[in-house]
Design a protein around this ligand. Sequence first.
Ligand SMILES: NC(=O)c1ccc[n+]([C@@H]2O[C@H](COP(=O)([O-])OP(=O)(O)OC[C@H]3O[C@@H](n4cnc5c(N)ncnc54)[C@H](O)[C@@H]3O)[C@@H](O)[C@H]2O)c1
Length: 257
Amino acid sequence: MSDLAGKTGLIVGIANKRSIAWAIARAASAAGARLAVTYQGERLEENVRELAGDLSNPLILPCDVADDRQIAALFEGIDKEFGGLDFLVHGVAFARPHELSAPFVETSREGFALALDISAFSLIALSRAALPLMERRGGGSILTLTYLGSERVFQNYNVMGVAKAALEASVRYLAADLGPKGIRVNAISAGPIKTLAAAGISGFSSILQHYRDRAPLRRTVDAAEVADAAVFLLGPSGRAVTAEVLMVDGGYHATGM
Ligand SMILES: NC(=O)c1ccc[n+]([C@@H]2O[C@H](COP(=O)([O-])OP(=O)(O)OC[C@H]3O[C@@H](n4cnc5c(N)ncnc54)[C@H](O)[C@@H]3O)[C@@H](O)[C@H]2O)c1
C-alpha cells in the first residue's frame, strides 16, 4: 500500500506496542507517510523512542494534551520540520480509577471534568492547532478513536461513555466547521482490544468474551485491523467520507438479542 506516499501525519496516543495509535503509526508508515509521534511525559518517552525506531525518519515530541503550551510547542516543531500537516490521529483517553469502578452516580465533578478534558476536548484543541498547517496543504484528515459505550451502557465504562458521546458529537461539529477547508473529521469505533487503557476497566475480559460469543464475526478485532480502516479514512480512498463514526467491531454493534 502506498496510499499515504508523500504525506505527513501526527499520531498522538502511543504508550506502548499494544497501543492502537502505534498500530496506526505502523500502517501509516507502511503506506508511505512520514510521521510525528508524541509521548505523554518522561515516563513514556523511552517506550515511544524505542518503538519509533521502526519508522522512517520520525519526529518525536512530547505532548500532554492537558497543557496548551505543550500543544503549541508540538505544532511549532511540526511546522518547522514538515512545513504543514496532512493528517492527525487522536488516540487519547483517560479517566480516574474511581470513575471506572464506582457506581456511575458517584462520578465526581473533578473526575467528570478531567475525563471530558483529556478524552474529548483534546480533539478540539489538537484540531485547532492543526488547522493552519492543514490549510497550507489544501486540506487534511483528522481521525479519533471511540467506543460503543457512547451509545450503550457497558459495565464500569461509566464517565468514559459520556466522554465518548461528547467526542463523537465533536467529530460532527468539527467536520461541519472544517469541511469547507477540505479537512475531513472521522472516528473509528473499535471493538474491545487489550491495551493499557482497557486494563483500567474492571471486567474487561468478560466484555472480550461477550464479543467472541455474540459479534457476527464471532471474534474480537485486533489493532492492525483498526489500523487498516484508519489508513482508508486518512488517505485518498476515504476522500468523500467525513463526520462519520466507522464501526470496526466485527459487527457487534448491530446485535440485539
Ligand atoms: N482498547 C480498546 O478496547 C478500545 C476500544 C475502542 C476505543 N479505544 C480508544 O482508543 C484510544 C487509544 O487507547 P488504547 O486502547 O490504544 O490504549 P493506550 O493506553 O495504549 O492509549 C491511550 C493513550 O492516551 C494517552 N494519554 C492519556 N492521557 C493523556 C494526556 N493527558 N496527554 C497525552 N496523552 C494522554 C496515553 O499516553 C496513551 O498513549 C482511546 O481513545 C481509547 O478510548 C480503545
